[in-house]
Design a binder for this molecule. Structure first.
Ligand SMILES: [Zn+2]
Length: 360
């Protein structure tokens, strides 16, 4: 999941997915597109501001199809994926393997239905596989309790946190997502015959996020790690790593060294100019870190929940919908954790830490 809460302005990316970009302007879902002789993008619609996930379908040597990501689990999503595959002369039963960039519902959601229908394998990075398969994640009530406790530790009112997170029933679909049967570590190649899909571990958006560099075509599949218009949500979570923004900035550097022929993201549109785009995203976070330091200077001894209200967002804080506030607060917490590793801020510790500038 990605939030459009803050836009990292797009100055220099060269849009190659022009049909996707036009569809965006028209507030429509783009068409299925053939990108190479043996590669297609299939948009699978979802609720929310991003509107769709691009599922990539690969024709494999020896027959059959490989998928990269699957889309949001819903009957509408399933219908779009099925129709998309039919339009390229295939079907779900042709799928041999599914690569998943990360554990979010818009990417992993439909994988279980694909696997049950086709017998395909499902592969992810071990760090995301561990979260999806964890006992807390498989038990809706435990997941809800963990999330509420986490928000309270960031300064949320316990009653508000419980009502924002909602009923365990809501979490049932997440708790049933596919547990992968194959694991892919950084540098390993996916089992897509005829392709050279090298996995690149890019933690930050999630602990096990994977990008893929296709070495035959020099295409780069960026998942949610690098998108052309918005800055992906980088948040702390109850089951994540201690410094996700530090991980993310390192992961941006890890993918900026070589310039691929084209970047194929999971949302928005295809583009060229990966190094420039990673530079913009880096700059965007440095700017936010400075803004947060100023807020802590002006309001020492505040919780992440309180500090988030002092930052600028895409709309005024008091008009921000509750669910969006949670993303804003967990993002603020991720920025606090990075400032702490730089020695610039310190927390008082305890069950609900508050933050002040470090004495230097
Ligand atoms: Zn996504």
């Amino acid at each position: 999941m990605v939030t459009a809460a803050r836009l990292a302005e797009c100055r220099s990316v060269d849009v190659t997915g022009t049909a996707q970009h036009e569809a965006w302007s028209a507030r429509a879902v783009p068409p299925v597109e053939q990108l190479r002789a043996d590669l297609w993008s299939i948009p699978v619609p979802m609720d929310g501001p991003l509107r769709y996930v691009s599922v990539y379908a690969f024709a494999l040597d020896g027959g059959g199809l490989g998928l990269l990501d699957t889309g949001w689990e819903s009957d509408e999503g399933w219908a779009a994926l099925t129709a998309g595959l039919a339009s390229i002369g295939g079907g779900i039963t042709d799928v041999r393997g599914v690569l998943v960039t990360h554990l979010h519902f818009d990417h992993l959601g439909l994988a279980e239905r694909v696997r049950q229908t086709s017998g395909a394998w499902v592969a992810m990075h071990p760090a995301d596989a561990a979260i999806v398969g964890s006992p807390v994640h498989r038990a809706p009530a435990a997941s809800i309790a963990a999330e509420v406790a986490f928000l309270v530790s960031l300064g949320a009112d316990p009653g508000d946190a419980a009502s924002d997170v909602g009923h365990p029933e809501k979490f049932v679909p997440y708790s049933r997502m596919a547990i992968p049967d194959r694991l892919l570590e950084d540098g390993e190649h996916a089992d897509f015959p005829g392709w050279r899909m090298r996995a690149i571990h890019t933690p930050g958006h999630t602990p096990g996020h994977l990008c893929f560099a296709e070495e035959r075509t020099e295409l780069f599949f960026s998942g949610d790690h690098v998108l052309p218009r918005i800055s992906p949500n980088i948040s702390t979570t109850h089951d994540g790593t201690p410094n996700p923004l530090g991980d993310y900035l390192r992961s941006l550097r890890a993918v900026s060294a070589t310039e691929p022929a084209e970047v194929l993201p999971a949302h928005e549109w295809r583009f060229r100019g990966l190094a420039d785009r990673t530079g913009q995203l880096h700059e965007h976070h440095e700017h936010r870190l400075t803004e947060l330091l100023d807020a802590i200077r002006a309001h020492p001894g505040s919780t992440p929940w309180q500090l988030a209200a002092h930052l600028t967002w895409s709309r005024p804080w008091d008009q921000y919908e509750r669910r969006m506030r949670i993303f804003a607060v967990t993002e603020t917490d991720a920025h606090l954790r990075l400032l702490a590793t730089r020695g610039l801020v310190a927390s008082c510790g305890g069950p609900v830490p508050t933050w002040t500038l470090s004495v230097r």
